[in-house]
Design a protein around this ligand. Sequence first.
Ligand code: F6P
Length: 342
Amino acid sequence: DMRIGILTSGGDAPGLNAVIRGAVLTGSQTGTADFVGFRDGWRGLVEEDLLPLGRHEVKGISKQGGTIIGTSRTNPFEGIGGVDRVNEVMKRNGIDAIMAIGGEGTLAAAKRLTDAGVPIVGVPKTVDNDLGATDYSFGFDTAVGIATDAMDRLRTTGDSHGRCMVAEVMGRHVGWIALHSGMAAGAHVILIPERKTSFAQITEWVTSAKDRGRAPLVVVAEGFALDNMSDAHSERGLDTFGRPRLGGIGEMIAPMIEDATGIETRATTLGHIQRGGTPSAFDRVLATRLGMAALQCALDENWGHMVALQRTNIVSVPFAEALGKLNTVPDDRYDEARVLFG
Ligand code: F6P
């Protein structure tokens, strides 16, 4: 049977363990493959830091957040890494193939290694849902659920005080988490990196919500920049007391909204809470299916391919097809949500 080395790399996402379990259990049930883990992503591979990964190790882990094999942002081409080193470690440990679970950076490294002849299959991972070729990635649904729950809570305290509440959610390049959690929570303003809007428009939405007796809820993706607002450049980087701001965009716009509208405003940055804890049922199922399909991809020697969700099917696509194609929020999806703003 095939011996596969599995690694998780980049920021973690709820569901990583379910991918590992899906692959390991299927390999063992069908007698087609066995696995070892590389600790902390590519680091474990280039430093030859391996751990056993059998039925016993994956027992009950699909409900656990994080990754039992650890992750890091190590680049396999840096330091002692490189193609020769990877081949050497694989050969010495009898490893036939690598299953790399990671985002854009991880898959780009995987592609480079595959182009140099290393047998690799990939599994896309991003809570931000920003990778091309896959409709949804595991971890996204969990993050949206956590963010929605947080906003429901912000609403009750906001209502009690008649305050405007600003919630900053994850999303470095794309606004999927902001769009979905904002829509689910009934936000009055959703701000995403893909779209420009004026600060005047934002305060109009906030004021109109307040006028209708609502505590305005503003959801902003961390990647939304001051540059996304045509008329707010002068406020860059300074708080209401003229001090440099250390916080993110949520912390930055809250005092601006308060100053402009006269409505007391508070900001909350949800941060890594969105990536922690138990994955939703949807993410567990998606992740498990992706793990099973990635194993099949390896057994088929479909090197340089990653698995992906398209409609409700798991398919395999070449790395090149997924890389460099940011999955952004389409204009019509934003405009649809925008109808309910204000
Ligand atoms: O890409 C996922 C993500 O959670 C982004 O939303 C966020 O910008 C980044 O990772 C945070 O990275 P780190 O965990 O390294 O602080």
